[in-house]
Ligand binder design. Structure first.
Ligand code: CAA
Length: 382
């Protein structure tokens, strides 16, 4: 890790993502945000370039990228639009439980046809009664012969209304808390699988977030990932992998905010000179670049840790938590640099604050990240 240079392959991945972000995403970001449009044509193009199934090995038709490679791409995409990026990378989150918990037969059966054409998948863990307390989920899975019957409701699920495949966490016995949680791969076409409406959100408006109801949905036992009761650990191990790219996503939003603020500060005049020449603004820019630099390095370090084969629980929570808090603070300072214009929708920075906010909440609220960090830290002192 002390060598921070990227390989030629990583440089070209980053260039590919940057070009796509600037030419295909950025020109549509403001309009998709204003109208809350789900720009599926952009997601299809991302698939064509190999930017959607980043973590799936090439033998199953994915891009076969490591964690650091993924982060390089995600930061570039998020610079153009955080919401679009969340929808583009949601497949990585949804498919990770199959990669971690699926048998070779299940991986071939689910991943190969899925990756062979454009498609979206969703990770269905969160429920209306308690998102942070994942161990208390209530969606029931009752075994009946060679299938399970699913009943319950999921909420805040990225891409849910548009996805064809769901990885679903349900309990075979709520009394057993996390020891009853079991993971399933569920096709959208299953009878009794009822995706709900798109939520109207503050930010990430080019992304889709919705509910899914399960009403007597019959899922073959062959679609269960691992054994009964192994679903909670699978969900946690998945989030260990996917929180690091959220650090990269937040870093991309923060970098965009700084780029806008710095450029504006050189153009905008006050008291007879560009505001960039006022110390008050210079201090803001200096603080912003420090936060971004630290967020990027923490994210790269977490990604490197995962690429070494380690779990990375501590490192990924630190990266996600720090980078998302940094993104919110940097976007806030960017608005302040723009002054009254920053508050107006004609300028790009207020969107960045709204988009940054979600990164402090999803994939585990930052309060949960701090709890994970503290637990991991204290373990070393026991
Ligand atoms: N890897 C493997 N196993 C783990 C683990 C990890 N990272 N973390 C915990 N476990 C295991 C523990 O070892 C323990 O196992 P045993 O029973 O064998 O001892 C078991 O899981 C229970 O662990 P805890 O006692 O720590 O569980 P808890 O109930 O206290 O909850 C929590 C822990 C960290 C708070 C967890 O509930 C959590 O992460 N909550 C947040 C959920 C979340 O991130 N949701 C976001 C969903 S994705 C999303 O945002 C939607 C989207 O589409 C973007």
């Amino acid at each position: 890790m002390p060598d921070f240079s990227l390989t030629p392959e990583q440089e070209s991945l980053r260039d590919l993502a940057r070009k796509f972000a600037r030419t295909e995403m950025a020109p549509h970001a403001a309009e998709a945000d204003r109208t809350a449009r789900f720009p599926e044509e952009i997601y299809r193009k991302a698939y064509d370039l190999g930017l959607t199934n980043l973590n799936v090995p090439t033998e199953y038709g994915g891009s076969g990228l490591g964690a650091l490679d993924q982060c390089l791409i995600v930061e570039e995409l998020a610079h153009a639009c955080g919401g679009m990026t969340t929808s583009i990378i949601a497949n990585c989150l949804a498919l990770e439980p199959i990669l971690l918990g699926g048998t070779p037969e299940q991986k071939a059966r689910f991943l190969t046809p899925f990756c062979a054409q454009y498609g979206l998948a969703s990770f269905a863990l969160t429920e209306p009664s308690g998102g942070s307390d994942a161990g208390a989920l209530r969606t029931r899975a009752r075994r009946e012969g060679d299938h399970y019957v699913l009943d319950g409701e999921k909420c805040f699920i990225t891409n849910a209304p548009h996805a064809g495949l769901y990885t679903v966490f349900a309990t075979v016995d709520p009394e057993r808390r996390h020891k009853g949680i079991t993971a399933f791969v569920v096709s959208r076409s299953t009878e009794g699988v009822l995706p709900g409406k798109d939520e109207e959100k503050m930010g990430h408006r080019a992304s889709s977030t919705g509910t899914i109801r399960f009403e007597g949905a019959k899922v073959p036992v062959a679609n269960r990932l691992g054994e009964e009761g192994e679903g909670f650990s699978l969900a946690m191990r998945t989030l260990d992998q996917t929180r690091t790219p959220i650090g990269a996503l937040a870093t991309g939003i923060a970098q965009a905010a700084l780029d806008h603020a710095a450029a504006y500060s050189l153009k905008r005049q006050s008291f007879g000179k560009p505001i960039a020449q006022h110390q008050a603004i210079q201090i803001k820019l200096a603080n912003m670049v420090q936060a971004i630099h630290a967020a990027r390095l923490l994210t790269w370090h977490a990604a490197w840790t995962i690429d070494q084969g380690a779990r990375g629980t501590l490192e990924s929570s630190i990266a996600k938590c720090f980078a998302s808090d940094a993104a919110f603070a940097v976007a806030d300072e960017a608005i302040q640099t723009f002054g009254g214009y920053g508050y107006m929708k004609d300028y790009p920075v207020e969107k960045l604050l709204r988009d940054a906010k979600l990164t402090q909440i999803y994939e585990g609220a930052n309060e949960i990240q701090r709890s994970v960090i503290a637990r991991e830290l204290l373990r070393a002192y026991e």
